[in-house]
Design a protein around this ligand. Structure first.
Ligand code: MG
Ligand code: ZN
Length: 184
């Protein structure tokens, strides 16, 4: 009787623990103002895209510490007709090339093409669906994962997704914060 009760109670808990052990940890990064110069309201041309100081080094430190690295960005200019998805895709390809030249890369980048003035979507930050999609795709455990953003809506989205979230100033060097995350 006792041993039956024990097996009924503990088997599911063991399964959850094993599942958690398989799950990965990640750092989610906003793009404009964190990874690249966010001075322009919209960056959709290669010529305007500049990596911020410290980014390749910071990403390499996180990678070495075992984090999956994922960009999460609102690109509402698509919805407004200011540029197209293909422009965003080209900029992201260029970003990955620049990072690769510096010995690192993001694992993936997810973007919301909608704008709240024009349509009501579930993925535009401060909503968290984009982060949750990425967590499902890469089997990320939010409990040991983080977000870095330069606006309050990034932080809100990260917190909704259960991530410890760090707010920086626009274009602030993320090296020291990433060193800190790598040691947590
Ligand atoms: Mg930003
Ligand atoms: Zn959206």
């Amino acid at each position: 009787m006792l041993s039956n009760a024990a097996s009924i109670n503990y088997t599911p808990i063991l399964a959850i623990c094993q599942n958690n052990m398989r799950m990965k940890k990640a750092v989610f990064l906003d793009r404009d103002g964190v990874i690249n110069d966010g001075t322009l309201y919209y960056t959709y041309k290669k010529a305007d895209f500049r990596l911020n100081d410290g980014v390749p080094e910071a990403l390499a430190i996180l990678r070495k510490a075992g984090f999956t690295l994922i960009g999460i960005t609102n690109q509402g200019g698509i919805s407004k007709g200011q540029y197209e998805k293909k422009n965003v895709d080209l900029v992201h390809k260029y970003m990955q090339e620049l990072l690769a030249e510096n010995g690192t890369q993001l694992d993936d980048i997810f973007y919301c093409p909608h704008h709240s003035n024009l349509e009501n979507c579930l993925c535009r930050k401060p909503k968290s669906l984009l982060i949750e999609k990425a967590m499902a795709k890469y089997e990320i455990n939010p409990k040991n994962s983080f977000l870095i953003g330069d606006s309050q809506r990034d932080i809100e989205a990260g917190e909704k997704a259960g991530l410890q979230s760090f707010k920086i100033e626009k274009n602030e060097n993320i090296l020291s914060i990433c060193q800190k995350i790598a040691c947590l």
